[in-house]
Design a protein around this ligand. Structure first.
Ligand SMILES: *[C@@H]1O[C@H](CO)[C@@H](O)[C@H](O)[C@H]1NC(C)=O
Ligand SMILES: *[C@@H]1O[C@H](CO)[C@@H](O)[C@H](O)[C@H]1NC(C)=O
Length: 202
Protein backbone atom coordinates (compact mmCIF):
# COMPACT_ATOMS: atom_id res chain seq x y z
CA UNK A 1 0.00 0.00 0.00
CA UNK A 2 2.78 2.41 0.76
CA UNK A 3 3.58 2.88 -2.90
CA UNK A 4 0.01 3.43 -4.07
CA UNK A 5 -1.38 6.86 -4.78
CA UNK A 6 -4.06 6.36 -2.21
CA UNK A 7 -5.06 9.53 -0.48
CA UNK A 8 -5.45 9.82 3.22
CA UNK A 9 -8.45 11.88 4.17
CA UNK A 10 -7.71 13.94 7.21
CA UNK A 11 -10.46 15.86 8.89
CA UNK A 12 -9.12 19.24 9.75
CA UNK A 13 -10.56 22.54 10.67
CA UNK A 14 -8.87 24.88 8.26
CA UNK A 15 -8.45 28.52 8.91
CA UNK A 16 -10.17 30.87 6.51
CA UNK A 17 -7.02 31.84 4.60
CA UNK A 18 -6.31 28.30 3.50
CA UNK A 19 -8.15 28.04 0.21
CA UNK A 20 -10.45 25.30 1.40
CA UNK A 21 -13.22 26.05 3.89
CA UNK A 22 -13.45 23.96 7.06
CA UNK A 23 -13.78 20.57 5.47
CA UNK A 24 -11.94 17.42 4.61
CA UNK A 25 -8.44 18.11 3.35
CA UNK A 26 -6.86 15.46 1.16
CA UNK A 27 -3.23 14.88 2.04
CA UNK A 28 -1.33 13.04 -0.68
CA UNK A 29 0.74 10.08 0.45
CA UNK A 30 4.42 10.92 0.12
CA UNK A 31 7.09 8.49 -1.09
CA UNK A 32 9.51 8.65 1.81
CA UNK A 33 13.29 8.95 1.84
CA UNK A 34 13.49 5.36 3.10
CA UNK A 35 11.46 4.19 0.13
CA UNK A 36 13.70 5.91 -2.42
CA UNK A 37 16.77 4.90 -0.43
CA UNK A 38 18.08 8.38 0.33
CA UNK A 39 21.62 8.96 1.52
CA UNK A 40 21.86 10.54 4.96
CA UNK A 41 22.09 14.32 5.05
CA UNK A 42 25.55 15.70 5.82
CA UNK A 43 24.15 19.05 6.94
CA UNK A 44 20.71 20.02 8.27
CA UNK A 45 19.27 23.44 9.02
CA UNK A 46 15.72 24.10 10.15
CA UNK A 47 13.13 26.55 8.86
CA UNK A 48 11.07 28.73 11.11
CA UNK A 49 7.52 27.35 11.00
CA UNK A 50 4.98 28.04 9.68
CA UNK A 51 6.71 28.84 6.41
CA UNK A 52 5.43 31.93 4.59
CA UNK A 53 6.80 31.34 1.09
CA UNK A 54 6.56 28.44 -1.36
CA UNK A 55 8.70 28.41 -4.51
CA UNK A 56 7.91 26.22 -7.50
CA UNK A 57 10.90 24.86 -9.46
CA UNK A 58 11.69 22.25 -12.08
CA UNK A 59 14.63 19.86 -12.05
CA UNK A 60 15.59 20.01 -15.76
CA UNK A 61 16.22 16.28 -15.75
CA UNK A 62 14.39 13.64 -17.78
CA UNK A 63 10.80 13.13 -16.61
CA UNK A 64 9.59 9.94 -14.96
CA UNK A 65 6.24 8.23 -15.14
CA UNK A 66 6.54 5.19 -12.85
CA UNK A 67 7.32 4.75 -9.16
CA UNK A 68 10.57 2.88 -9.89
CA UNK A 69 11.80 5.40 -12.45
CA UNK A 70 10.91 8.37 -10.26
CA UNK A 71 12.63 6.89 -7.19
CA UNK A 72 15.77 6.32 -9.28
CA UNK A 73 15.55 9.88 -10.60
CA UNK A 74 15.16 11.41 -7.14
CA UNK A 75 18.12 9.38 -5.88
CA UNK A 76 20.27 10.51 -8.81
CA UNK A 77 19.30 14.15 -8.14
CA UNK A 78 20.35 13.72 -4.51
CA UNK A 79 23.66 12.14 -5.59
CA UNK A 80 24.29 15.05 -7.93
CA UNK A 81 23.54 17.63 -5.24
CA UNK A 82 25.67 15.92 -2.59
CA UNK A 83 28.57 14.60 -4.68
CA UNK A 84 28.90 17.20 -7.44
CA UNK A 85 27.50 20.32 -5.79
CA UNK A 86 28.74 19.35 -2.30
CA UNK A 87 25.46 20.31 -0.68
CA UNK A 88 24.30 18.62 2.52
CA UNK A 89 21.26 16.99 0.96
CA UNK A 90 18.88 17.08 -2.00
CA UNK A 91 18.04 20.73 -2.70
CA UNK A 92 14.22 20.53 -2.64
CA UNK A 93 11.67 20.07 0.13
CA UNK A 94 9.49 17.92 -2.14
CA UNK A 95 9.63 16.64 -5.70
CA UNK A 96 6.67 15.79 -7.93
CA UNK A 97 6.85 13.05 -10.57
CA UNK A 98 4.80 12.88 -13.74
CA UNK A 99 3.47 9.66 -12.21
CA UNK A 100 1.41 11.93 -9.94
CA UNK A 101 3.32 11.03 -6.77
CA UNK A 102 4.95 13.32 -4.25
CA UNK A 103 8.53 12.41 -3.27
CA UNK A 104 9.98 13.55 0.03
CA UNK A 105 13.07 15.71 -0.39
CA UNK A 106 14.11 17.34 2.86
CA UNK A 107 10.48 17.63 4.01
CA UNK A 108 8.49 20.52 5.47
CA UNK A 109 10.84 21.82 8.12
CA UNK A 110 14.35 21.96 6.64
CA UNK A 111 16.29 24.57 4.69
CA UNK A 112 16.96 23.63 1.06
CA UNK A 113 19.23 24.90 -1.74
CA UNK A 114 16.61 25.62 -4.38
CA UNK A 115 16.45 29.43 -4.68
CA UNK A 116 19.25 31.84 -3.77
CA UNK A 117 18.29 34.33 -1.06
CA UNK A 118 15.04 32.51 -0.32
CA UNK A 119 16.22 29.18 1.03
CA UNK A 120 16.06 30.14 4.69
CA UNK A 121 12.47 31.37 4.43
CA UNK A 122 10.80 29.09 1.90
CA UNK A 123 9.76 25.62 0.84
CA UNK A 124 10.94 24.55 -2.64
CA UNK A 125 8.75 22.14 -4.59
CA UNK A 126 10.31 20.81 -7.80
CA UNK A 127 8.53 19.12 -10.69
CA UNK A 128 10.73 16.42 -12.19
CA UNK A 129 11.40 17.38 -15.83
CA UNK A 130 11.88 20.46 -18.00
CA UNK A 131 8.69 22.51 -18.23
CA UNK A 132 9.84 25.38 -20.44
CA UNK A 133 7.76 24.25 -23.39
CA UNK A 134 5.25 21.84 -21.86
CA UNK A 135 3.32 21.20 -18.66
CA UNK A 136 3.66 18.43 -16.08
CA UNK A 137 0.92 15.77 -16.18
CA UNK A 138 -2.45 16.68 -14.69
CA UNK A 139 -1.82 14.09 -11.97
CA UNK A 140 1.44 15.86 -11.08
CA UNK A 141 -0.20 19.29 -10.97
CA UNK A 142 -3.04 17.95 -8.81
CA UNK A 143 -0.58 16.23 -6.45
CA UNK A 144 1.32 19.48 -5.90
CA UNK A 145 -1.88 21.42 -5.27
CA UNK A 146 -3.01 18.77 -2.76
CA UNK A 147 0.36 18.92 -1.03
CA UNK A 148 0.04 22.70 -0.64
CA UNK A 149 -3.50 22.47 0.76
CA UNK A 150 -2.33 19.78 3.13
CA UNK A 151 0.70 21.80 4.26
CA UNK A 152 -1.54 24.74 4.95
CA UNK A 153 -4.16 22.69 6.81
CA UNK A 154 -1.53 20.90 8.90
CA UNK A 155 0.15 24.18 9.82
CA UNK A 156 3.52 23.69 8.08
CA UNK A 157 2.63 26.59 5.82
CA UNK A 158 1.33 29.94 6.98
CA UNK A 159 -2.38 30.20 6.20
CA UNK A 160 -1.52 33.27 4.13
CA UNK A 161 1.57 31.85 2.45
CA UNK A 162 2.79 33.30 -0.84
CA UNK A 163 3.50 31.15 -3.90
CA UNK A 164 6.21 32.24 -6.34
CA UNK A 165 7.73 30.72 -9.45
CA UNK A 166 11.52 30.57 -8.99
CA UNK A 167 12.09 32.73 -12.09
CA UNK A 168 9.99 35.53 -10.62
CA UNK A 169 12.30 35.93 -7.63
CA UNK A 170 15.65 34.66 -8.91
CA UNK A 171 17.84 34.66 -12.01
CA UNK A 172 16.72 31.31 -13.43
CA UNK A 173 14.48 29.72 -16.09
CA UNK A 174 12.95 27.49 -13.41
CA UNK A 175 10.17 26.28 -13.24
CA UNK A 176 10.04 26.76 -17.03
CA UNK A 177 7.91 29.30 -18.89
CA UNK A 178 4.90 27.00 -19.34
CA UNK A 179 4.73 25.80 -15.76
CA UNK A 180 5.34 29.33 -14.50
CA UNK A 181 2.31 30.46 -16.49
CA UNK A 182 0.20 27.62 -15.07
CA UNK A 183 0.91 28.38 -11.41
CA UNK A 184 -0.29 31.95 -11.85
CA UNK A 185 -3.80 30.45 -11.64
CA UNK A 186 -3.10 28.73 -8.34
CA UNK A 187 -4.26 30.01 -4.98
CA UNK A 188 -1.69 32.18 -3.17
CA UNK A 189 0.36 33.00 -6.31
CA UNK A 190 1.78 36.51 -6.37
CA UNK A 191 4.29 38.59 -8.21
CA UNK A 192 7.41 39.61 -6.32
CA UNK A 193 5.99 43.16 -6.15
CA UNK A 194 2.70 41.99 -4.61
CA UNK A 195 4.59 39.84 -2.16
CA UNK A 196 7.14 42.49 -1.28
CA UNK A 197 6.10 42.77 2.35
CA UNK A 198 7.96 39.49 2.81
CA UNK A 199 11.62 40.39 2.74
CA UNK A 200 13.91 37.39 2.86
CA UNK A 201 16.91 37.44 5.13
CA UNK A 202 20.17 37.88 3.19
C1 LIG B 1 14.41 22.77 -21.61
O1 LIG B 1 13.45 22.77 -22.64
C2 LIG B 1 13.59 23.86 -23.54
C3 LIG B 1 12.41 23.82 -24.50
O2 LIG B 1 12.27 22.56 -25.09
C4 LIG B 1 14.93 23.79 -24.24
O3 LIG B 1 15.08 24.90 -25.12
C5 LIG B 1 16.03 23.84 -23.18
O4 LIG B 1 17.29 23.69 -23.79
C6 LIG B 1 15.82 22.73 -22.16
N1 LIG B 1 16.78 22.91 -21.09
C7 LIG B 1 17.74 22.04 -20.84
C8 LIG B 1 18.73 22.45 -19.79
O5 LIG B 1 17.82 20.98 -21.40
C1 LIG C 1 -1.66 38.11 3.26
O1 LIG C 1 -0.53 38.47 2.47
C2 LIG C 1 -0.77 39.53 1.56
C3 LIG C 1 0.45 39.73 0.70
O2 LIG C 1 1.62 39.39 1.31
C4 LIG C 1 -1.17 40.76 2.32
O3 LIG C 1 -1.48 41.78 1.42
C5 LIG C 1 -2.38 40.47 3.20
O4 LIG C 1 -2.69 41.59 3.99
C6 LIG C 1 -2.12 39.28 4.11
N1 LIG C 1 -3.32 38.93 4.85
C7 LIG C 1 -3.30 38.61 6.13
C8 LIG C 1 -4.61 38.28 6.74
O5 LIG C 1 -2.26 38.57 6.79
Amino acid sequence: MKSSISFIATILICCAMCETPPSIVLCPSVVSRDEWNANAATETNFLELPVKIVIICHTVTPECTTLQACMRRVKSIQNYHQKEKHWGDIAYNFLIGNDGRVYEGIGWDKVGRHTKQFNEVSIGIAFIGNFSAKLPSKAALDAAKNLLQCGCAEGHLDANYTLFGARDVSNTESPGANLNQEIQNWPHWMTMEQGQIIIPRK
